[in-house]
Design a protein around this ligand. Structure first.
Ligand code: PRP
Ligand code: ADE
Length: 176
């Protein structure tokens, strides 16, 4: 990761205090989405540690994980599969519950999304407490896939999300 990209990201991400609830400092990624040159460099940086890892599928976590996961899957020329909030996917699903910084939730995936032999990269915008990423990894493994790595744009290091992802290869472009 270049220091210059880290600086560009730090200057572009918007901190929003007390959203969505008091005491949370929310990292708003919408200014990054609004900058195509920065987005291109971000996607390249999120993929860089995974080159040569034999990734066969990208799983993006609803909703902000989709914004980075789809362009990464296109770059790798592999299928993208969504991990979605409950009740959104139309076909047969498996589900996992998890806790995150400001609430509890459930994620679902289609049961045929990542079968045996799939080498899956999990993508999200933010790693905070790690609950979301850990639940996604559990879901993928229950469906028969193996998790090659977890790639995020922003890691909130003070929330110790990596502690919920022991033995996982976790990659963040920028850590606060
Ligand atoms: O590491 P954790 O503590 O689990 O938190 C990280 C998750 O929280 C946010 O998603 P959120 O569920 O708020 O959904 P959104 O992307 O639809 O806004 C973020 O996009 C990650 O998915
Ligand atoms: N502080 C935060 N900012 C943005 N997304 C988040 N997801 C969980 N915690 C977050």
């Amino acid at each position: 990761m270049t220091a210059i990209l880290t600086e560009r990201l730090s200057a572009t991400l918007r901190d929003v205090p007390d959203f969505p609830s008091p005491g949370i400092l929310f990292k708003d990624i919408t200014p990054v989405l609004a900058d195509p040159a920065l987005m291109r460099d971000v996607i390249t940086a999120m993929l860089a540690p995974l080159r040569g890892s034999g990734v066969t599928h990208v799983v993006g976590v609803e909703s902000r994980g989709f914004l980075f996961g789809v362009p990464m899957a296109l770059q790798l020329d592999v299928p993208f599969a969504p991990a979605r909030k409950p009740g959104k996917l139309p076909w047969k699903t498996a589900r996992e519950s998890y806790d995150l910084e400001y609430r509890s939730d459930v994620l679902e995936m289609h049961t045929d999304a990542v079968g045996a032999g799939a080498r899956v990269l999990v993508v999200d915008d933010v790693l905070a407490t790690g609950g979301t990423a850990a639940a996604t990894c559990r879901l993928i493994e229950r469906l028969g896939g193996s998790v090659v790595g977890v790639s995020v744009l922003v890691e909130l290091g003070f929330l110790h999300g990596r502690a919920k992802l022991p033995d996982r290869a976790v990659h963040a472009v920028v850590t606060f």
